[in-house]
Ligand binder design. Structure first.
Ligand code: ZN
Ligand code: ZN
Ligand code: FE
Length: 765
């Protein structure tokens, strides 16, 4: 029977470069007796395929169902074209188009195949710390231009040896076109240096580094997206010394441990958490600590959770194979500064912290911190979205013009848009630190180059003093659109959930400038992408000392107590007041009365801080959110059962913008304290009250607006009790509830919201 040959041209878009897509197609074509070629383009891959029609049909099905694990097809078209009579299937060189729309893969943890070779004494890459293949290895952090080919990466500096080149050229080899392909003969090398930057001449630098760690020393290790500072997590004096040197008093350190069984010896995890932990993204996952663990308490003091990750580079595996239960792996920086990536920079900035440096000569081209995730109410929530996620876009409902959204001030990220994609950058950090300004700039430049985006619209926060706002205002040749902070929070959650139209948004966080020049943060908004109406907010209270009131929650406590009880607060018989110097109390009351340096805020984050201080949990914090976190931890980890919990009284004013009264809540707490109710119980009641209060509020707002969709966003929703409790009660009452899973609920998600709002406001949607 004669077989008629037909031909098709196939265009595939998505993450199809640097993920083994071309060899996959090559082998698939071979299996189906098809000829033709495949080539990378700037928008994905292009395929010309020839053969019998039924073979092409099954080939096309397999392209979608059997694609490599790291690939993601977003668009596939197949159109008939004339057959050219190709005798075989080949892989041709990359074509560059004028408009780059291919998606770059994020950095990927070492795969199982490479791990096997890494520990196989007969393999030529035995113990080679830079082993990788088409399915694993660095991507985003080593590329500076597209297409993703070796000359556009920091591997350009290394010429492949004959053996590596043969692997790279062989479509049947699992290193075919693996751009970072390398071996001990031709690739990057690891070297050990002392604190003075002098190289230590040893045959096995990793083994030597492990010895230093075993002796309690601090090791700076160059990783994928930057340097880590490492110490043995079972050595208390080593951990304490690292805290002291890094100026990080209490903020928890993350751990890295060899495998799941080892992690189970000091932390609990369920099947979903195990899946998350072992995924190729390898985030730091927040897990419940086990009692009597070998990990010293100073790793995350007073905290029932601990952040843990598995090794994600071969170098990490080799280091941990020297018998460590777990290593502290904290970002290589002084507190709150950006992570170090460059060798010379690391010596300069870390020489007073690290005792020795484990370095290598493969350059990191852009910083990318470890991502941090936590499972809440059955969903993975990102606390920090960086390595392993970036630059995977958030896919939108609409096509957007090219926009740069500059983000907020703390936990900053930026966002660039093209078509129906929003590219949220890796975590940049707190722009209050001048050291982060360059990183902000570098990230915008890097992303613009990789995505080939020239922004026409610049979105920024309303706050005139944010570095990100000042940056935006200095860009004169673009349309600039200011976006209110809490509107951006709600829009960000709407965008990732692919919503449209009006929603009731609960935006709860620490700080964001409102349209009335007060500081917002406990807001119920009727919102869509085009605008919002403030339906309700927490009653505003003074923040005596402004920024000081954030660092010193006892000041907030006095702000709330004064709102509830007036000047009588000075005579209150609660430990907070009796322990404070009477002078300090008097001074603050005067500041509040005379409105001296006491801006007004409706922030829920501040309420958490203030209540924590009223309850005597802590008067000062060493990192943002610390008091609020401790208040949550005090309440225990059991989800709040609203049928069983007692709640404090609550009320709000009537009118177009309701004010939720502070007095009933605060006097309820103070009353409980005076009657000797245990603090954990008071904390649970406080949480339960907020849940009941906001559920009742949503019911009333639904009655007024007819809107049944509730969107939850803002840093306060990192509180698991609050998020879980609100989702569950609102769903029971028939609301459709939406929360974050793709971008952080904290200010790391702001840039996404700014972008979609700016697109709408500029009438591009
Ligand atoms: Zn691999
Ligand atoms: Zn080689
Ligand atoms: Fe915020």
């Amino acid at each position: 029977m004669p077989v008629y040959r037909i031909a098709k041209k196939i265009n595939i878009k998505g993450i199809v470069q640097g993920v083994g897509f071309r060899p996959f197609i090559f082998q698939l074509a071979g299996r189906h007796h098809l000829t033709g070629w495949i080539s990378n383009t700037s928008s994905g891959v292009s395929i010309h395929i020839e053969g019998a029609a039924p073979d092409i049909e099954t080939f096309l099905q397999a392209v979608e169902t059997a694609a490599p694990p790291l690939s993601r097809i977003t668009d596939i078209t197949a159109t008939p074209c004339p057959a050219s009579g190709f005798q075989q299937f080949s892989i041709s060189e990359s074509q560059t188009e004028t408009h780059a729309t291919a998606l770059i893969s994020p950095d990927v943890s070492i795969c199982a195949d490479c791990r096997k070779e890494l520990f196989d004494p007969r393999d030529r890459r035995f113990h080679y710390p830079f082993i990788n293949c088409t399915n694993c290895g660095p991507r985003y952090t080593i590329i500076h231009a597209i297409p993703y080919d070796r000359p556009n990466t920091s591997m350009k500096a290394f010429t492949m040896c004959r053996v590596c080149q043969a692997e790279y050229d062989d479509p049947n080899n699992r290193r075919f076109h693996a751009q970072p392909n390398a071996c001990p003969v031709c690739g990057p090398q690891v070297l050990l240096y002392d604190a003075d930057g002098k190289q230590t001449a040893v045959s096995d630098p990793i083994q030597e580094a492990a010895k230093h760690l075993q002796n309690g020393q601090i090791l700076a290790v160059k990783g994928l997206g930057g340097f880590h500072l490492a110490v043995d997590a079972t050595n208390n004096s080593a951990v304490e010394r690292l805290r002291q040197k890094k100026h990080r008093e209490e903020k928890p350190f993350a751990l890295m441990a060899m495998d799941v069984p080892t992690i189970r010896s000091f932390a609990r995890m369920d099947a979903d958490e195990e899946k998350m932990l072992t995924s190729s993204v390898r985030p730091i996952l927040l897990l419940q600590k086990r009692p009597k663990s070998p990990i010293v308490e100073s790793v995350s003091p007073g905290n029932p959770t601990v952040g843990v990750m598995l090794p994600y580079t071969p170098l990490h595996y080799l280091l941990l194979s020297h018998g460590f239960k777990a290593l502290v792996m904290t970002s290589g920086n002084l507190s709150d500064e950006p992570i170090c990536i460059d060798n010379a920079e690391a010596f300069k900035r870390l020489k007073n912290i690290a005792d020795c440096f484990l370095m290598h000569d493969r350059d990191i081209l852009i910083r990318s911190d470890d991502s941090i995730a936590r499972r809440i109410s059955g969903v993975t929530r990102l606390v920090r979205r960086s390595r392993g996620y970036v630059p995977v876009p958030v896919f939108l409902n609409h096509r957007l013009p090219p926009i740069l959204a500059c983000g907020a001030e703390m936990k900053n990220t930026v966002c660039l848009t093209r078509d129906d994609r929003a590219f949220v950058s890796q975590h940049i950090g707190d722009l209050e630190h001048p050291a982060a300004h360059d990183f902000f700039d570098e990230t915008i430049t890097h992303l613009k180059a990789l995505l080939d985006i020239r922004p026409e619209i610049i979105a920024h926060d309303l706050h005139p003093d944010y570095f990100s706002t000042r940056y935006a205002l200095a860009l004169h040749d673009a349309v600039r659109i200011p976006v209110q902070h809490h509107h951006a929070h709600i829009a960000s959650c709407m965008a990732e959930n692919r919503m449209d139209g009006e929603v009731i948004g609960l935006a709860f966080d620490g700080t964001g400038l409102g349209t009335d020049n007060t500081i917002w943060g406990g807001e119920a908004l009727l919102a869509d992408f085009g605008g919002f109406k403030r339906l309700a907010h927490l009653e505003t209270v003074p923040m005596p000392g402004a920024a000081f009131a954030i660092r010193e929650p006892w000041r907030m406590a006095l702000g709330y107590l004064h709102t509830a009880f007036g000047d009588d607060l000075a005579n209150m018989d609660i430990p907070l007041i009796t322990s404070l110097p009477p002078d300090a109390v008097r001074t603050l009351i005067r500041m509040i009365r005379q409105k001296i340096n006491s801006p007004l805020t409706s922030s829920l984050g501040r309420l958490f801080d203030g209540v924590a201080a009223i309850m005597g949990i802590r008067n000062r914090v060493s990192f943002e959110g610390q008091a609020a976190m401790e208040l949550e931890m005090l309440a225990g980890t059991h989800p709040i059962d609203m049928r069983k919990e007692t709640v404090y009284a609550f009320e709000w004013s009537s009118g177009a913008t309701r004010r939720i009264a502070i007095r009933p809540l605060v006097s309820g707490i103070v009353g409980d304290m005076k009657s000797g109710i245990p603090l954990p119980l008071i904390s649970r009641r406080f949480h339960a009250t907020l849940i009941r209060l906001f559920a009742s509020l949503c019911r009333e707002l639904k009655g007024e607006t007819g809107v049944n969709r509730i969107v939850l966003s803002g840093g306060c929703f990192q509180n698991a009790l609050l998020l879980e409790g609100l989702i569950s009660i609102l769903e029971q009452e028939g609301f459709a509830v939406f929360s974050h899973s793709l971008v952080p609920t904290n200010d790391g998600g702001i840039s996404l919201g700014q972008a979609v709002i700016a697109a709408t406001v500029s009438e591009h949607l």
